[in-house]
Design a protein around this ligand. Sequence first.
Ligand code: NAD
Length: 266
Amino acid sequence: MSTKVCVLGAGGRMGQSVMRALSERQDTTLVAAVDRPDGPVVGRDCGALIGLEPAGVTVSGSLEDGLVAGATVIDFSTPAALVAALPLLQDAGSPLVTGTTGLTDEQLQTLEQASRTIPVLRADNFSVGVVLMRMLARKAAEVLGQQADVEIIEAHHRRKVDAPSGTALAIGRSVAQGLGVDLQDHADWTRYGQVGPRGEGRIGFSVIRGGDIVGEHTALFAMDGERVELTHRATDRMIFARGAARAAAWLGSQPPGLYELEDLMR
Ligand code: NAD
């Protein structure tokens, strides 16, 4: 049976990639696409939008009008659009796969509450390589402990609006787990001016923005005389889109709850 999918944020870089990824699969069918009411893609055929044959599905400017009841929603939009969509998804009984990043703690809590009535899979990064990198970063932190100064460095394209990236935060959480500490208490988010020597046990973050960089993350474990660097480079955002499409095909048959990408890889 094919899973019906609605794409929220359909006109965006990720939304369009997700529609391409859905078209590659036999077990998912695009039935609806939604963008903001004043978005330039509203009214356009989804197939034509991504350079394929007409799909017979046009982009709607309203989730209320566009959503097909029970269809799984794949969301790559904005935190505000995601949170605004939740009551509609709950009413429609629509499972949610979301990759939107930059959510506040309060918005994350609202998402968690929604997952009590609908299945929700959230991932800051839908690539298999980053799942592996997080496992390795956690292991490295466990093995090296306080011997190593940990720095997380990320680079993204000039249009990215949140920093550090959701993926950098997720890698930071994995390192903190490995060290047995809480990330919020140990993170150095910025350094500027006379900041003094590096604090012991701190997890530092550095952010680069420019050009069309799809996404690069390094976890650096610096010791005296040697260092270990774990790096993941995304060169094509289709890796995220394919991960999200695969998650949508899986999530439809799950009971309500909050899932991670690791759950479907088990
Ligand atoms: P983008 O700006 O290209 O696309 C966002 C789209 O959402 C736009 O088309 C915009 O018009 C639309 N939108 C805004 N408000 C809306 C509303 N109220 N209703 C419906 N649509 C609305 O951004 P992008 O690069 O596609 O990224 C989108 C999100 O996904 C960001 O938060 C980004 O960080 C995240 N992202 C996550 C992953 C991952 O693997 N989890 C990968 C890449 C990007």
